[in-house]
Design a binder for this molecule. Structure first.
Ligand code: HEC
Ligand code: HEC
Ligand code: HEC
Ligand code: HEC
Length: 216
């Protein structure tokens, strides 16, 4: 805030002549800028709202079976791959340093965490432990848009199409996986092929029958 004020007073002190009738406009612009700043800094801490990641703990409250099954997958545990000493031989084979701590390395984090750099997403293992690893929202979209607004216990018969309009990614298609399963991963060569039909059976979570029809 002090910085903003300083800018204004410096502008005033400049020899450049600012027509008197533009001051109200400048004041309004400064207020808008401050408003936006405050709005966005609150957004980072507040959890459930539009466009934000809510974390797997939130999904667990209503989807305990999927959560328990997901928790056992390699993707749930994928953050640990970045720790020093883990998969040392495999790291060496692709020219990575087995003793290096990659847990803060921004080249690895987008694929080994959820929502890295996005609102409510992974920041660091200390600040956002729930967002480590590849969790629900990496495949189903950030819950801040569809949880509660469409998907709720009051309205358990919601239509998939409505949830999708609100941001749910369902069913997650091959393109969702390819955001991470691609040749930018140090573990895959340029000739890498991602076989969706096989992989989707291997590594996501067990699938359970839903109670209601949602129309898809
Ligand atoms: C573009 C996304 C992407 C990036 C960037 C990425 N990874 Fe991965 N990583 C993957 C995927 C996908 C797999 C699983 C590969 C598979 O089995 O198909 C993986 C697997 C691994 C594994 C397990 C290998 C094994 O054989 O079990 C380690 C360790 C690993 N990554 C470390 C890293 C490190 C360290 C970095 C940063 C230097 C990094 N990754 C960057 C996507 C990525
Ligand atoms: C945010 C990044 C990301 C997304 C999105 C993603 N994955 Fe992964 N996946 C990874 C990483 C990283 C690993 C490596 C985990 C490890 O080795 O510990 C992995 C590992 C796997 C594995 C285990 C490796 C194996 O061969 O058993 C399977 C299966 C898999 N992913 C399937 C999928 C499918 C299917 C999708 C889409 C529906 C998907 N993944 C979406 C990052 C991602
Ligand atoms: C790696 C991607 C991936 C992750 C991570 C993931 N899912 Fe899924 N999920 C899928 C796929 C694929 C389907 C099946 C879509 C279909 O039927 O075609 C699915 C289906 C579902 C369904 C429908 C019912 C069922 O069991 O099939 C629910 C509910 C669900 N997921 C919740 C979750 C929750 C909660 C989490 C986190 C704890 C999670 N998912 C994590 C990929 C993922
Ligand atoms: C307040 C409860 C609640 C929370 C929290 C919640 N869900 Fe759901 N979800 C539901 C209900 C209810 C259904 C429909 C269940 C049924 O038909 O049996 C559902 C269905 C789904 C489906 C299947 C959608 C379809 O159209 O078939 C997916 C995928 C899903 N949820 C993912 C998630 C994810 C990911 C999260 C966390 C970001 C989450 N849910 C959080 C209540 C919730």
């Amino acid at each position: 805030m002090a910085e903003e004020n300083k800018d204004v007073s410096e502008t005033k002190a400049m020899p450049l002549h600012i027509p008197e009738n533009t001051w109200p406009v400048i004041v309004i612009l400064v207020m808008l800028a401050l408003g936006a700043l405050i709005y966005y800094s609150f957004g980072k801490h507040e959890h459930v709202s539009q466009g934000q990641f809510v974390g797997p703990g939130k999904c667990k409250t209503c989807h305990e079976k999927q959560y328990a099954s997901w928790k056992k997958t390699r993707m749930a545990n994928s953050f640990n791959m970045l720790r020093p000493g883990v998969k040392g031989q495999e790291k060496q084979m692709v020219g990575l340093n087995p003793d290096k701590d990659y847990t803060q390395d921004e080249t690895c984090l987008p694929c080994h965490t959820t929502g890295y750099g996005l609102v409510g997403g992974f920041v660091s293992i200390e600040k956002t432990p729930d967002m480590a690893g590849v969790s629900c929202e990496a495949c189903h979209g950030h819950g801040g848009t569809y949880v509660s607004s469409v998907m709720s216990l009051n309205e358990p018969k919601f239509q998939t199409s409505d949830a999708r309009k609100a941001g749910l990614v369902y069913p997650p298609t091959e393109n969702v996986c390819r955001v991470c399963h691609n040749a930018r991963s140090p573990y895959v060569g340029m000739d890498y092929k991602f076989y969706y039909d096989e992989r989707v059976k291997l590594g996501t979570h067990e699938h359970y029958h839903l109670k209601y029809e949602h129309g898809r």
